[in-house]
Design a binder for this molecule. Structure first.
Ligand code: CTP
Ligand code: CA
Length: 225
């Protein structure tokens, strides 16, 4: 653990991290969302801060405290997440880490009034949301870009496919089929992939995994530049 951030490997670096779920409105009182707690992203924000970075956390609604010294930009929908993330990267960023569980789809329209329980069945038309991580990675000035992949099966294959397809520098895969790991838990076990290597981390606390991930990212930043 680095005690003085002034001596940390990310001193002078700007790190943007997405975290938490998004909420996609159905009507004025309802939304589609998921169980993301934000814990992994918030743990990474603290670890990057401890490594000396200036950290911006673009976060959906969560119920955990923002780490001291980290700048919070609150968002609700996937559209907000894209806009705020691009704005944060516009301000200059060296590393972009996407831990957010962005809703893949949103209702095509949000009803103006509360939907009444008058029908026996109800269908919602959903449309695909923009992909924040892929959009940031496609920028000509893309920072070092790290994605997360929560999978229940064929973890390595799906994660590597995402890294290539979204043009990422690194992807962190977690097997969410293991009870007590990943979503909503304080613990996690991950495999990190980069174009010519991999490393398994955990099972361990999300904070310890975050510290190791930040060390790995710092090392790759040094060797890439
Ligand atoms: N991600 C994102 N914006 C989205 C969807 C995903 O930024 N609209 C990011 C996540 O934060 C994560 C990575 O992309 O870092 C992979 O997310 P994941 O849900 O595993 O992959 P998808 O591309 O959405 O594919 P699928 O859900 O079908 O597996
Ligand atoms: Ca998804």
């Amino acid at each position: 653990r680095i005690l003085d951030p002034q001596d940390g490997p990310l001193r002078g670096k700007r790190v943007v991290i997405t975290a938490g779920p998004t909420r996609e409105p159905i009507d004025p009182v309802r939304y589609i969302s998921n169980h993301s707690s934000g814990k992994m992203g918030y743990a990474l924000a603290a670890a990057a801060r401890d490594a000396g970075a200036d950290v911006v956390l673009v976060s959906g609604p969560v119920s955990i405290p923002v780490p001291a010294g980290v700048e919070l930009r609150s968002v609700v929908t996937a559209d907000d997440m894209l806009r705020e993330s691009m704005a944060a990267v516009d301000d200059g960023s060296d590393v972009f880490i996407a831990t957010a569980a962005v809703a893949d789809y949103r209702p095509e329209t949000c009803a103006g009034d509360k939907i009444k329980k008058t029908r026996e069945a109800l269908s919602l038309d959903l449309v695909k949301n923009p992909d924040t991580l892929a959009t940031v990675a496609a920028r000509p000035d893309a920072p070092f870009t790290v994605g997360f992949a929560a999978e229940t099966n064929d973890v390595a294959r799906y994660a590597l496919d995402k890294m290539v397809r979204k043009k990422l520098d690194m992807i962190v895969a977690n097997d969410v089929s293991t009870p007590g790991m990943g979503f909503n838990s304080d613990n996690n076990a991950v495999t990190v992939f980069w174009p010519d290597g991999r490393e398994h981390i955990g099972p361990d606390t999300k904070q310890n995994i975050a510290t190791r991930l930040v060390a790995l990212i710092s090392h790759h930043l040094e060797t890439d530049s």
